[in-house]
Design a protein around this ligand. Structure first.
Ligand SMILES: NC(=O)C1=CN([C@@H]2O[C@H](COP(=O)(O)OP(=O)(O)OC[C@H]3O[C@@H](n4cnc5c(N)ncnc54)[C@H](O)[C@@H]3O)[C@@H](O)[C@H]2O)C=CC1
Ligand code: BAL
Length: 503
């Protein structure tokens, strides 16, 4: 019997105990790592104190997990199982996650620092919707017949890869897992997944429900561990045919290099961003302020699509900055315990991220930008940072160029549409962009001219499992969501059948 953990809470939003396993989930069972004994401390970012220990896996455990995943693929999953059966199991899994929504939200609140209500309404509900969406695809994966000559019957099959590796980040531990697990299982692949070492708890809870839903053993496996050991072993494994990764551009590069060095596995990458938000004079000011607050400060700014560079047209600049400042000050007043009902802003996920973000704030100050709001830590416990706005920002400053991944906005002024398109596109990233204007022709013209995989027009940040998500430029390769995700988890075979006598 491997370890278990429990967290008991008596808060205004959640009262009760959440139990979870702390081992590795391989072949439908909870097991200890081959090199048992070492563990990872899981920390509550609101206090900086440990809340659990989970087993630390290694390359040896990845090897075992890949073997059982391969066997499951050949014997009890893959195309052996009809799409409607895979879909039914995924539907059942979604129902179980919904049943345990409060427990999942509690884990995301205590382990990531997300406000409980937000975790429940966004992360958990989004996960349920994502799994249901991909359950629906399972029996709709179709090839096509291709007309060539009268003698030839040719058609395509969209076949799974076999064993896929999935490496999950810490900013949306459950939701990002669902974006990867949903399409992989729907299409018949089996999975070896590594959660972030900082935020493994919701993934471990998820694995319990995979077993309860009745998926065959070996179809879904979790190996906890660090990126440079377990993560790297996944990316280098010769029997993993595809890897899906969400995280930093730095590590994304390593994932691609590992694939090139080993078996040329297919790689999809969802990486960093420095998304522009463009506010035109003719926008609906009140709404635009609200949308910008949400797009930037949701999840404590730890979102790859955060609208972190706000370009404001000169005619509305003063009014926008005044409205945005007031809104951020109100938002900042709702900083605190993720389990308090009114909390909107929690801690950063870790000491490392806290230090990194404070380093950027210091760089902004040193480079001559003006701290308009915030700019300091909040309180003296945990990893809280005040929502921060910089004005008087120049394009060449670090805070305008690099992904901060924290609650820090850089506001800049512009005059013309042409000028702002050029400035907005002057980045190595291309994940998302935001455009605010009541002139729909202009809004769409600009959205089309911006080099980004998602364009949000007159809205905050929003994702939907039906709508493709991914990056241009150094923000990634491939797409998650929608039929595009189905395509990235299948490979196409062209079948040529001779109906005549000659070739
Ligand atoms: N696109 C996104 O949603 C995310 C972006 N980031 C960006 O990355 C920055 C640094 O955050 P980190 O936690 O250090 O990100 P990271 O890229 O190191 O971590 C993401 C995942 O990759 C794994 N990993 C690390 N090294 C690996 C390797 N060599 N091979 C395979 N897997 C590996 C980690 O264990 C984790 O599961 C953030 O400040 C942010 O800018 C981080 C998390 C999510
Ligand atoms: N990584 C996809 C969702 C987000 O970070 O906003």
């Amino acid at each position: 019997m491997t370890g278990t953990g429990e967290i008991t809470l008596d808060t205004a939003t959640f009262k009760g105990t959440v139990n979870f396993h702390t081992g590795l989930f391989i072949d439908g069972k909870w097991v200890d790592p081959v090199d048992a004994g070492e563990s990872i401390d899981v920390v509550n970012p609101s206090t900086g104190k440990p809340i659990a220990k989970v087993s630390l896996g290694s390359k040896k455990d990845v090897d075992i997990a890949v073997k059982v995943a391969h066997k499951a693929y050949k014997t009890s999953w893959g195309l052996k199982v009809p799409g409607f059966t895979r879909g039914k199991l995924l539907m059942r899994l979604a129902d179980l996650i919904e049943r345990d929504a409060d427990q999942f939200a509690a884990l995301e609140a205590i382990n990531v620092g997300k406000p409980f209500a937000v975790a429940k309404a966004a992360d958990v509900a989004g996960t349920v919707r994502c799994i249901r969406y991909f359950a629906g695809w399972a029996d709709k994966i179709e090839g096509k017949v291709i007309e060539t000559t009268e003698d030839k019957f040719a058609y395509t099959r969209h076949e799974p890869y076999g064993v896929v590796g999935q490496i999950i980040p810490w900013n949306f531990p459950l939701l990002m897992l669902s974006w990867k697990v949903g399409p992989a299982l729907s299409t018949g692949n089996t999975i070896v997944l590594k959660p972030s070492e900082m935020t493994p708890l919701s993934a471990l809870k998820f694995a319990e429900l995979v077993a309860e839903a009745g998926f065959p053993p070996g179809v879904f496996n979790i190996v906890n561990g660090y990126g440079w050991t377990v993560g790297q072993a996944i990316t280098e494994h010769m029997d993993i045919q595809k890897v899906a990764f969400t995280g930093s551009t730095l590590v994304g590069r390593k994932v691609l290099e590992a694939a090139a060095r080993t078996n040329l596995k297919v790689v999809t990458l969802e990486l960093g961003g420095k998304s522009p938000s463009i506010v035109f004079d003719d926008c609906d000011l009140e709404q635009t302020v609200k949308w910008n607050v949400q797009s930037m400060y949701a999840n404590m700014g730890q979102s790859c699509i955060a609208g972190s560079r706000i370009f404001v047209q000169e005619g509305i600049y003063d009014k926008f900055v005044a409205g945005y400042t007031a809104a951020i000050q109100a938002f900042a007043n709702a900083t605190g315990d993720p389990f308090s009902p009114g909390t909107k802003h929690g801690p950063q996920v870790s000491q490392t991220q806290f230090d990194r973000i404070m380093g950027y704030i210091d760089a902004g100050k040193a480079d001559g930008a003006k701290v308009h709001v915030g700019g300091e830590r909040h309180g003296n416990e945990g990893f809280f940072i005040q929502p921060t706005i910089f004005t008087e920002v120049k394009a060449e400053m670090k805070i305008a160029k690099e992904e901060i991944f924290g609650p820090v906005t850089a506001i800049m002024k512009f005059k013309t549409e042409e000028e702002v398109i050029e400035k907005a596109n002057d980045t190595v990233y291309g994940l998302a962009c935001y455009v605010y204007s009541d002139n729909v022709k202009r809004a769409l013209r600009v959205a089309h001219a911006l080099e980004a995989g998602s364009a949000f027009v007159n809205t905050g940040q929003t994702t939907d499992p039906a709508i493709p998500f991914g990056g241009y430029k150094q923000s990634g390769i491939g797409r998650e969501h929608g039929e595009y995700a189905i395509a990235t988890y299948t490979q196409v075979k062209g079948v040529h059948v001779n109906l005549g006598v000659s070739l």
